[in-house]
Unconditional design. Structure first.
Length: 164
């Protein structure tokens, strides 16, 4: 298979209180009750129809300030070097982030979703929104590789992954 360029266009922007990487929660569960907003661009707002009633949504976004990809990293929650694809480190070949956030309020007309549990940096470009469906998205008692044996438990980013 020949490599072909893939192009994505943002459908909106995510605003959050996180202005720099250091001190930002590294997953939505660690950002409990941290508020932000999703601002969907006008041409995509009709896609928000029927999203009301979902408690959570998946935000898929561009890690616009991530450093160049590295295939081995020391993840935030560890002190041991790991293969990139066994981590959630931001320095990926395709800088795509994924977070399940809680929806507080949805205004289809203005294209604004008020959300909680934000773990992304301010002004993050939004690529897509998908509803979180517990029946499809939750697998209780799944194994989590090296994270199951983790001795130290960190929830906040430091500056180990330089950002642009």
């Amino acid at each position: 298979m020949q490599k072909q360029p893939i192009t994505f266009q943002p459908i909106g922007v995510i605003t959050t209180p996180h202005k720099k990487q250091k001190g930002t929660p590294i997953q939505p569960y660690a950002a409990r009750d941290v508020a932000g907003e999703v601002h969907v661009f006008p041409e995509y707002r009709d896609g928000l129809k029927d999203l009301g009633g979902f408690e959570r949504v998946w935000l898929i976004y561009h890690l616009h300030r991530a450093s160049s990809a590295k295939l081995s990293v020391i993840p935030y929650r560890d002190v041991v070097e790991r293969g990139l694809f066994a981590t959630r480190a931001p320095c990926r070949p395709n800088a795509i982030g994924l977070s399940a956030v809680r929806v507080l309020e949805l205004d289809v007309k203005s294209g604004i979703l008020k959300i909680l549990d934000v773990d992304m940096l301010d002004q993050t470009p939004l690529l897509d929104i998908k509803p979180y469906v517990p029946r499809f998205d939750s697998y209780q008692n799944s194994k989590a590789g090296w994270l199951d044996d983790l001795g130290e438990d960190r929830d906040i980013a430091d500056d180990r992954f330089p950002i642009r």
